[in-house]
Design a protein. Sequence first.
Length: 153
Amino acid sequence: MSEGLSDQSASDRRAADRASITLRVDYKRLNTFFADYTKNISKGGTFIRTTKPLDVGTEFVFVLSFPSAEGQLKLRGEVMWVVPEEAAKEEHPPGMGIRFLFEDDAARTKVHDFVKRLMTDALGPHIASRLIAEAATPKPSGTEDPPPTRRPE
C-alpha cells in the first residue's frame, strides 16, 4: 500500500452496509480507458461489474459519475478480490471488489457523508438511518460475511 494512505480492517470493510446502486465508473488500465458500472457502494468500498478486472492488489484512481447534480467523485482504491467471468453466477456477477483508500480523515469523512446521502436517496430516510445506526454498532466476532474467492495469481 502507498505511504500515507489510511487502512481499514477486513471486519470494518464487511461491517459497512452497502447500498445497491448503479453508477458509471471510469478508470484507466495501461493505455486503455474503461467505463463499467458499480453494483453497490459502502463507506469502505464498491463492487465494479466488469469482465476484465484489474489484478488483486492493484491501486488505481477512478471516477464515479452520478445522474444527479452531484456530478463526479474522483477516488483512489485497491482491488481486494475479483470474481472472474468463468466463476460468475447470477448473484455474484463478474467484477472486482474495491477498497477505498483515503489520503486523510477529511477525505474519508467526505466519502462517508456522500455514501450516507446515496443510501438515503436509494433506500429512503427511515431504512437508511436504521442501516447507518446498525453499521455504527460493531458486529459480534465471527459474524462477518466471508469474502469471495480470490483469482489465482
